[in-house]
Design a protein around this ligand. Structure first.
Ligand code: GDG
Length: 464
């Protein structure tokens, strides 16, 4: 069996697996590669003029890590530009925020070509190549142009938007054309897969077969949904480490006699943080008798702080948190604790375990791993309640959460009330169903399903 080569924008610090800087994708890929072995290529996170075409190689846990540098201009135009100011907002239904600058698009293409060049000397004939996420959509096309006939798969970690949104991207046709270089494309949810199929059937007149095969541009691409998961046993045991117990016990001690609500998000407009604060404010407004009996700890992990919208959001949230505490706080009660710092994963697991309610209310999210991590860290005899946005991919699987529309303050406030009052029997029953789903659709299951489908195709695109 050929080796696995994973390519993503960034590579994680495999030697610091519990570090706070590792985002959802990095955590997921680190777990998958550790089990599988192989090569992981990505940007080092540094700017520089060295290692631009020849990646710096190192070996950790049987995985070869290949790190590329980007120049300052590339970081601005490819990473902060086309990836995070064009595709990210658009794919999260914020086409009002999407910037369409030619230089962004050109540098995005150039950097994808550079990633392909960096791979040229690493690829052997039997290798399977698995490209991750929106930063690298055209990479498969670049590799095909160099003559590689290996099996190449692509997984999109963020939502694929509805056709009406997607076609506002001036280069939509070119982007989809480049996707037909892949043998297999994975989406997080049935909703995202359906949106992609709507596009190819409407704009390309292509009709997918029942198993997801789409023939067009002289190639056969298979498109399916592969909901990403977590390692639930790891999360449960992290909660019981010394660091996990310490954060758990501190919170239990400080919030004795209160219901503790918790939220954990990157500071990103897709995560719906202002709406979440408004919903909590509305809950406080209509439930005076619960003042002093509920506290909300929101962890906001700083993110993409070189992009203006993120700076503005960050300032807005600090002001809102101050407003809520100024309005509702008492001498012995702070209604909202808003922490803009990162915790290591064990501390985070302890925080999840101490929470009575977890609020996961993105306005749009490919999957959302926090929802699954919260479920995995619960105590089976006294589990907390998950409140989950209907617009997170995770809502397709975690049906026993309290599913809400994050745009409705009233609905979210009602869900907070319901969650804080929920009887133990109902909490246990909901949690049993949630943990079943998190355990069955784990990170390992996700990786194995995708790689099995990717490896199960002949190089010419026909199914074995
Ligand atoms: C993208 C997609 C998809 C957060 N704060 C801290 C911290 N985190 C960790 C969480 C979780 C991860 O970051 C966030 O993952 P999400 O899935 O919630 O969101 P994105 O970063 O937007 O991830 C998303 C994901 O890719 C995977 O495919 O689910 O839809 O947008 O693991 O625990 N970790 C630590 N300290 C923090 O303060 N250590």
């Amino acid at each position: 069996m050929g080796r696995l080569i994973v390519v993503s924008n960034r590579v994680a610090d495999l030697d610091k697996p519990q570090s706070a800087s590792s985002g959802g994708l990095a955590m997921a890929m680190a777990g998958a590669l550790r089990e599988e072995g192989g090569i992981w290529l990505g940007w080092s996170g540094n700017s520089g003029t060295e290692n631009l075409t020849r990646p710096e190689l190192s070996e950790i846990d049987g995985v070869t890590i290949a790190r590329l540098s980007l120049s300052d201009r590339e970081i601005d135009e490819y990473y902060n530009g086309f990836a995070n100011r064009t595709l990210w907002p658009l794919f999260h239904y914020r086409n009002d925020l999407a910037a369409y600058e030619q230089s962004f698009r050109d540098t995005y293409t150039d950097v994808n070509r550079r990633f392909a060049e960096a791979l040229r000397d690493l690829i052997e004939p039997d290798d399977v190549i698995w490209v991750q996420d929106y930063h690298l959509i055209p990479l498969g096309r670049e590799l095909r142009a160099m003559g590689f006939t290996n099996r190449i798969g692509f997984f999109l970690h963020i939502p694929w938007p509805a056709r009406e949104i997607f076609i506002t991207l001036p280069q939509h046709a070119e982007l989809v054309w480049s996707m037909f270089a892949y043998d297999l494309i994975g989406f997080q949810s049935r909703g995202s897969l359906q949106a992609f199929i709507d596009y190819v059937s409407t704009d390309l007149n292509a009709v997918p077969s029942p198993d997801g095969a789409i023939d067009h541009f002289g190639r056969s691409l298979t498109a399916r949904s592969y909901p990403i998961g977590i390692d639930p046993a790891e999360m449960a045991s992290l909660a019981l480490t010394d660091a996990g117990r310490e954060s758990y016990e501190r919170l239990k001690d400080v919030h004795q006699g209160r219901k503790l609500l918790v939220g954990v998000d990157r500071i990103d407009y897709s995560k719906g943080l202002p709406h979440k604060f408004a919903a909590y404010s509305s809950f406080l407004k209509s439930n005076h008798e619960l003042h002093g009996k509920t506290s909300f700890l929101q962890i906001g992990q700083p993110s993409r702080s070189r992009v203006q919208e993120y700076q503005e959001l960050s300032e807005h949230l600090i002001a809102e948190a101050g407003r809520i505490n100024g309005h509702y706080g008492k001498l012995d009660w702070t209604p909202l604790h808003y922490h803009t710092q990162s915790y290591d994963r064990a501390a985070l697991a302890g925080i999840y375990r101490a929470a009575d309610v977890c609020l996961v209310t993105p306005l749009r999210d490919g999957m959302n791993l926090v929802a699954k991590e919260f479920v995995a860290a619960q105590e089976p005899e006294d589990p907390g309640v998950l409140i989950l946005s209907q617009f997170a991919g995770a809502a397709e699987q975690l049906e026993d959460a309290l599913i809400v529309n994050p745009y409705s303050d009233d609905q979210c406030a009602a869900a907070i009330l319901c969650a804080t009052q929920m009887p133990l029997d109902e909490r246990k029953e909901r949690w049993r169903n949630l943990i079943n789903s998190v355990t069955t659709e784990s990170l390992t299951a996700w990786k194995e399903r995708f790689l099995c489908d990717l490896r199960g195709k002949d190089a010419d695109g026909s199914t074995q």
